[in-house]
Each structure stands twice: as structure tokens, then as C-alpha cells.
Design a binder for this molecule. Structure first.
Ligand code: EPZ
Length: 440
């Protein structure tokens, strides 16, 4: 196991190239299954969720070859199996996209219930509802979801909640279904649009992605394509906040400013300077400029993204005044707060609301990442803190950020990835077990 060791207090400056979007590519890779020819996918981030997705594609029989650092050729015509093994599927939430893709192509799928970040209740009732409306039967047994359909027929799907995953899965299952499918109350995130663009580049007929009504006319055949994944909105937002937290001056490259509007507006209210260009953005704060409190409420796109909530809460611990952060998507997304308190943050959490007393400073401490974006927030805290911060369980971070510590070092951060000797790791795990036992 590894940890990050960060010596804080250094201003970030320079240029960073943002990678392809995790939450787009984890849907696009399974979507290749729907093609009747090989596809080439470019701008693929080098993250663990991609490695798991490619491993699953190989396990079901697709031929996967790496053409370049971020470029893969995937031939789905050799797929022979429609079951995603538990060992692979349990490692990430997005394994459930193999349900929609396999069902859409072969009228059958068998995938383990998904894993992913512990953010509270993460049901998949809306996914199953969409599959049923299109004509599939499902059973749940031994932690596996089994889908079968005689044939899939276009229909009207109205989601009870705005759900990214179910919107993606409904698109995957509907692109080859006979007739017209209308998805209402659809999610509008940039990664939804990216999946629709990818499918349309193969010859699908999807209209309205990015709005709350998506119309899909089923097609018989989907040709091979070459497609580049959209830049990662959340990685970009994370670097914007890292620049602000260290009062740095950073140019983000390979971004789409439109996707960052809600983050940009909020950061400008805090006192961050932002200048947008076609595919880049400069983010800076003068060394003596104050950061001021704001209130943030997460909501589906185009609102402030829930995946940026831990990061902006961390920034607000450095601002003057009392900020209120309301999490409206997940019921357990404040797990990082205890870790920030170890660094001197003054945060009170009551249900879905965090009250942040900006103290203007954080102190380095040993902390632990509890999920992907919580880990990113702790990195930001360590960069801004006085002294040394050590972050354990960085595997959470490496699931969704490509070469984070390398990109930060290139911006002047003092951050190293350090291996934890096995005997120390064993003791840590033993201590955790005893702590948990005492906690009970
Ligand atoms: C996706 O998760 C992202 N993950 C999450 O990002 C992100 O936080 C979330 O969308 C919201 O934007 C991926 O794309 C792999 P949802 P997903 O379905 O699809 C409820 C990260 O940090 N719901 O939009 O699982 C659900 O409980 C990760 O990159 C149902 O009730 O989220 C939640 O309250 C963390 N029934 C709300 O909808 C369902 O069938 C939104 O969930 C599905 C969801």
C-alpha cells in the first residue's frame, strides 16, 4: 500500500493538462460492446477504474490493445460471455454499465451488484425500472443481477430521481431497441452528452442528450468509430480549487469552460480570479488577497457538482467567515470532515448540512482517504496546510485521478508517493480492526 506525503505551504504555478473524464470513459468502454466493428478510444485516463473496465472487456472475450498512452483499440466482435465476474465488478460502481451494454447487444447480461465509493444508500431501482420498461426481466440472486429479454422495444421511461447511472444505462439498452424510446427527467451531466456523442458516432440515433428529455430511435447496426473522451470536469474543478487553496496561478489546458461554469461562478464569489479561453483556463489568487465565505448547495448538472463538494468545503476552511455547504445528492458525503478536523478545521455537520468556520489555516497531520473525492480534498488540504500531511488509502484517489501527484509536482507542489512497509501496513490494519471493535 502507498501513501502521499505532502509538505504544504507552496503556491502552485504553471500549466496542467486535464485528462479524459472518468465518469464518461467508464460508460464509453462498456458501450463499445454495442458496436459491430472494432472501435478506437482516445484521451482515456490512466486510472484504476479504466484498468478494471478493460479487464472486464477482456474477460468477456473482447480483444483490447493499447495503441498509445491514452489510446486503445477494442474489438467486441470476439465477445463470447455475457457475465461480468464478481471479482472484477465489485471493485467499482460503473461495472453496472455492462448491464445496459450487454443487454442492448445480446438481450442478456449477468453482472454483480456494483461496488464504488461509500456515499450512503446507492440503489439501482431506476436502472432496473428502465430495463423492465424496455422489455427485460431481471432477477437478483447471490449478489448478481440477471437480465434477459426476448427482444427490447422502445418505450417511455420517466425517472423518479435524476440519476446519471440510470440515464446512461437506459441509453445503452435502448440504442438497438426496436422503435422510439423517450427518457424523461434525464440527467444532463457532460458525461451523459459524451456517451450520446460516442454512440451517435457509431450510427446511433440519440437526440436531446444534455437536456432532461432524451429521444432514442433504435437502429439495427452500429459501425466502428474513433472517439476521444471529453475532458474531466471534476479533475479540472479539483485543480482549480488546488490553485485557489495555495494562492497560486495555474493554467488548466484541455478543458471545456462551459462544463465548469457552476464551479467558476462559485470560486469567483470566494475571491478567485478566473480567465477562460477556448480550451483552457487561468486560475489565480494574489498572495495577499482574502478568500471569503460563500454558501454552496450541490445539485444535478448544471448545478454545483456533488463530486466537487469535499474540495470546495476544504477551500472554505481557508476563507474568512462562516460558510454553509449542503449536500443534496448523497446522504453520506461528509466522511472527510473528521480528517479535516485533525488538521484544525472547524466544521459542524448536521445531516446534509456542514457549517464551516473559516479559520484561514490548516495544519499538517496524518489522515486517511475514505473515498475518491474525499481523498482529493485531503490533498488540497495538505497542499495548503502548514507542515507535513500524510494521506493513507490513496487507492481511492488513484481510482479516478490520472497521475495526480506527478501533475501537482509539475506545478511546484512538494508531494511524494511513499510505499508503506508491509509490517507497518499490517499493524495499521490490526489497529483499525481493534479501533472498529472498540467503536462497536
Ligand atoms: C454518478 O454516480 C457518478 N459516478 C458519481 O461520481 C456522482 O456523484 C453521481 O453520478 C452524481 O453526479 C459515476 O459516474 C461512475 P446517480 P451514480 O445515479 O450514477 C439516487 C465520483 O466521485 N438513485 O446519479 O451512482 C442515488 O441514491 C462519483 O466520480 C436512486 O435512487 O449516481 C442518488 O441519491 C461518486 N436509484 C441520486 O439518485 C437509482 O437507481 C443520484 O445518483 C439510481 C440512483
Amino acid at each position: 500500500m502507498d501513501k502521499f506525503v505532502i509538505k504544504g505551504g507552496r503556491r502552485l504555478s504553471g500549466e496542467v493538462v486535464i485528462s479524459g473524464a472518468k465518469n464518461a470513459v467508464v460508460a464509453i468502454l462498456p458501450a463499445v460492446i454495442l458496436s459491430d466493428q472494432p472501435c478506437i478510444i482516445d484521451n482515456v485516463p490512466d486510472i484504476n477504474d479504466v484498468r478494471i473496465s478493460l479487464k472486464i472487456l477482456r474477460e468477456i472475450g473482447a480483444e483490447v490493445s493499447r495503441l498509445d498512452t491514452c489510446k486503445y483499440r477494442i474489438d467486441p466482435t470476439t465477445i463470447k460471455r455475457f457475465c461480468v465476474p464478481y471479482e472484477s465488478a465489485k471493485k467499482m460502481r460503473a461495472s453496472y454499465y455492462f448491464l445496459g451494454a450487454l443487454l442492448g447487444k445480446y438481450n442478456q447480461a449477468r453482472v454483480s451488484m456494483p461496488g464504488g465509493c461509500p456515499l450512503g444508500d446507492r440503489p439501482i431501482d431506476q436502472h432496473l425500472k428502465a430495463f423492465s420498461i424496455l422489455g427485460a426481466d431481471y432477477t437478483l440472486s447471490q449478489g448478481m443481477i440477471d437480465l434477459k429479454a426476448q427482444k427490447l422495444t422502445g418505450n417511455q421511461i420517466f425517472f423518479d430521481v435524476v440519476t446519471v447511472g440510470a440515464t446512461m444505462n437506459a441509453m445503452l439498452a435502448a440504442v438497438k431497441a426496436e422503435g422510439l424510446t423517450i427518457i424523461e427527467n434525464a440527467a444532463k451531466e457532460p458525461h451523459i452528452v459524451d456517451l450520446a456523442n460516442f454512440l451517435n458516432s457509431m450510427g446511433a440515433n440519440i437526440m436531446g442528450a444534455g437536456t432532461d428529455v432524451i429521444k432514442i430511435r433504435g437502429v439495427e447496426y452500429l459501425r466502428g468509430t474513433e472517439y476521444s473522451v471529453v475532458p474531466d470536469q471534476i479533475e479540472a474543478g479539483t485543480f482549480m480549487i488546488a490553485a485557489a487553496a495555495t494562492k497560486g496561478d495555474v493554467l488548466l489546458k484541455n478543458i471545456i469552460p462551459k462544463h465548469l461554469e457552476s464551479i467558476t461562478k462559485k470560486l469567483e464569489k470566494i475571491g478567485v480570479n478566473i480567465e477562460s479561453f477556448d480550451d483552457s483556463m487561468r486560475v489565480w489568487v494574489e498572495a495577499d488577497a482574502p478568500l471569503v465565505k460563500v454558501n454552496v448547495k450541490t445539485s444535478p448538472h448544471p448545478g454545483f457538482p456533488t463530486d466537487m463538494q469535499p474540495q470546495i468545503a476544504t477551500l472554505l476552511t481557508l476563507a474568512s467567515g462562516t460558510s454553509i455547504v449542503t449536500e443534496s445528492i448523497w446522504d453520506k458525503r461528509f466522511g472527510y470532515v473528521d480528517e479535516l478536523r485533525r488538521m484544525g478545521a472547524d466544521i459542524t455537520v448536521n445531516g446534509s448540512v456542514a457549517l464551516i468556520e473559516g479559520t484561514g489555516r490548516l495544519n499538517g497531520a496524518p489522515v486517511k482517504a475514505c473515498d475518491l473525492r474525499a481523498g482529493a480534498a485531503l490533498i488540497i488540504a495538505g497542499l495548503a496546510a502548514n507542515g507535513v500531511t500524510e494521506i493513507e488509502d490513496i487507492f481511492h484517489i488513484e481510482r479516478g485521478y490520472d497521475s495526480m501527484e506527478i501533475k501537482l509536482r509539475q506545478l511546484g507542489a512538494d508531494i511524494e508517493k511513499v510505499a508503506i512497509p508491509d509490517e507497518v501496513q499490517t499493524n495499521l490494519e490490526r489497529n483499525n480492526l481493534s479501533e472498529n471493535a472498540q467503536a462497536v
